[in-house]
Design a protein around this ligand. Structure first.
Ligand code: NAI
Ligand code: MG
Length: 497
């Protein structure tokens, strides 16, 4: 038995979806379409137009016209009201969006209802407030070559222009919100490419954004593949900035593609985040906390707590507790009310994750829970706990992006800081202890963009998010993100009296 789909959802997936360019729904220039599968069954869920370079070019031109035209003529307050209204419309259509997200991505409907959809709505509301608060400074000048002159100098913060945004499939609507909200609040126009695995919620969002009053061309949504549409967007000379979330490998390709016109680049990439449990941690919090850190969203989180470090005196207890939770998780289709964990997003991810399970076993890791594909239909993987690993194993070094945690014991604070930082990544970290000095001292030593203490996966539109090292460039959310979507202009006037 599964949840009954809303009529609007059934209608939405029954009709082939098109590209959203300049406020119009259009076919791809090539006429091509692609299928987005239902990851719980592997069957086709919906047909979607497939954008390529020519469509990207049309969308970039439309975004330029909107940037120079209606969007820049609006007051900041008018823009802010539209952005706020987008948040309201997401909330009004929450159940519909949650169902689409669950169908397309595979995540439990219950999770989409409490996390993805409300967080997306809140992101737009938070960013709506910033629209009227983009400010420069006045600056006192003391030029040594003109000591008697008087100047009036100030800075303006201006939008970067036309922004390309390429997002992944793990939180389809929320990633669209993280990208669109700040770009709109700062007055940019956008060409958004959702992931080919999960284009549906971004297309529905485009309808809601038009309903909210966004002028034509301000946001264009182009579903398509990375190697074609994504690469064309990253390389396009008419794009002033590219914002990307996805694999570190593709992040590096984006940097190369952006070099042609030196467009600005921000990147939110992979992770291999340490989650550290001290001997004085409350096991009632730390054990479910460690399980949630890796199993939330099936481990398909850039910030997943995939390396669990436990003080040696508690290692057996914590690992046994996390393994118990893993074994107790109910797997099933996202729309089934009992489901606690859905399928991975795609056949490709199923093969990637089970490949890591094989490589871990071959290299000598011991499986305490899970360890295999689940069932024969859909892309399900058992929640898995691995121990007896070595720091050089692929399962310890590389991002698995599935429900797989490697656990190892540690002895003291200095050792754990070094182990936690022994990674090419630096996105997140968790610390579980009752000792506040120890917690904050370790938080300073960890080279990562987010450190959670006695919690994990707490996200808020006000909290900046992003990576050190190979986890990325720049920050999303908070006021920090506004810098990524604005240029600073210094204006200097001499006052002749
Ligand atoms: P990916 O990095 O290939 O895809 C992310 C986005 O980039 C998608 O929209 C895709 O179409 C686009 N893309 C792909 N190649 C491109 C190119 N050459 N130029 C421009 N855009 C391009 O990630 P994929 O293949 O879906 O997953 C592979 C691995 O990447 C995962 O196993 C995981 O480790 C990591 N990943 C990390 C994410 C994160 O949030 N940091 C999200 C998704 C994947
Ligand atoms: Mg890829």
């Amino acid at each position: 038995m599964t949840v009954t789909l809303e009529k609007s959802v059934e209608d939405f997936i029954a009709t082939p979806r098109r590209l959203f360019i300049d406020g119009q729904w259009v076919e791809a220039a090539s006429g091509k379409v692609f299928a987005t599968p239902n990851p719980a069954t592997g069957e086709t869920l919906a047909q979607v137009a497939e954008a390529d370079a020519e469509d990207v070019d049309r969308a970039v031109r439309a975004a330029r016209r909107a940037f120079e035209g209606p969007w820049s003529r609006m007051t900041a307050s008018q823009r802010g009201r539209i952005i706020w209204r987008i948040g309201d419309l997401i909330e009004e259509h929450a159940e519909e969006l949650a169902q689409l997200e669950s169908l397309d991505n595979g995540k439990p409907l219950s999770v989409a209802r409490v996390a993805d959809i409300p967080l997306a709505a809140e992101l737009f509301r938070y960013m709506a407030g910033w629209a009227t608060k983009i400010e420069g400074n006045t600056i006192t000048l003391s030029p040594p070559f003109a000591p008697d002159a008087a100047f009036h100098a100030y800075t303006l913060r201006e939008p970067v222009g036309v922004v390309g945004q390429i997002i992944p499939w793990n939180f389809p609507l929320l990633m669209a919100a993280w990208k669109l909200g700040p770009a709109l609040a700062t007055g940019n126009t956008i060409v958004l490419k959702p992931a080919e695995q999960t284009p549906l919620s971004a297309l529905r969002l485009a309808e809601l954004m038009a309903e909210a009053g966004l002028p034509d061309g301000v946001v264009n949504v182009l579903p398509g593949y990375g190697e074609t549409a994504g690469a064309a967007l990253a390389a396009h000379d008419g794009v002033n900035k590219i914002a990307f979330t996805g694999s570190t490998e593709v992040g590096k390709l984006i940097v190369h593609a952006a070099a042609g016109n030196l467009k600005k680049v921000t990147l939110e990439l992979g992770g291999k985040s340490p989650n550290i449990v001290f001997d004085d941690a409350d096991p009632e919090l730390a054990i479910p906390g460690a399980a949630n850190a890796i199993f939330f969203n099936h481990g398909q989180c850039c910030v997943a707590g995939s390396r669990l470090f436990v003080h040696e005196s508690r290692f057996e207890q914590v690992v046994a507790g996390v393994a118990d939770i893993a074994r107790g998780i109910t797997l099933g289709p996202g729309l089934h009310p009992d489901t606690q964990m859905g399928p991975l997003v795609s056949d490709e991810q199923l093969r990637r994750v089970t490949g890591y399970l094989d490589s871990g076993r071959e290299e000598g890791a011991r499986t305490v829970a899970g360890g295999s594909r689940y069932g024969e239909r859909g892309y399900f993987v058992e929640p898995t706990v691995l121990v007896d690993t070595r720091p050089d194993m692929a399962v310890v070094r590389e991002e698995i992006f599935g429900p797989v945690v490697v656990a190892s014991p540690f002895a003291d604070l200095d050792e754990i800081a070094a182990q936690a930082n022994d990674t090419a990544y630096g996105l997140g970290a968790g610390i579980w202890t009752r000792d506040i000095s120890k917690a904050h001292a370790l938080a300073r030593k960890i080279r990562a963009g987010t450190v959670w203490i006695n919690c994990y996966n707490v996200f808020d539109a006000a909290l900046p998010f992003g990576g050190y090292k190979q986890s990325g460039w720049g920050r999303e959310m908070g006021h920090e993100v506004l810098e990524a979507y604005t240029e600073v202009k210094a204006v200097c006037a001499q006052l002749h009296t």
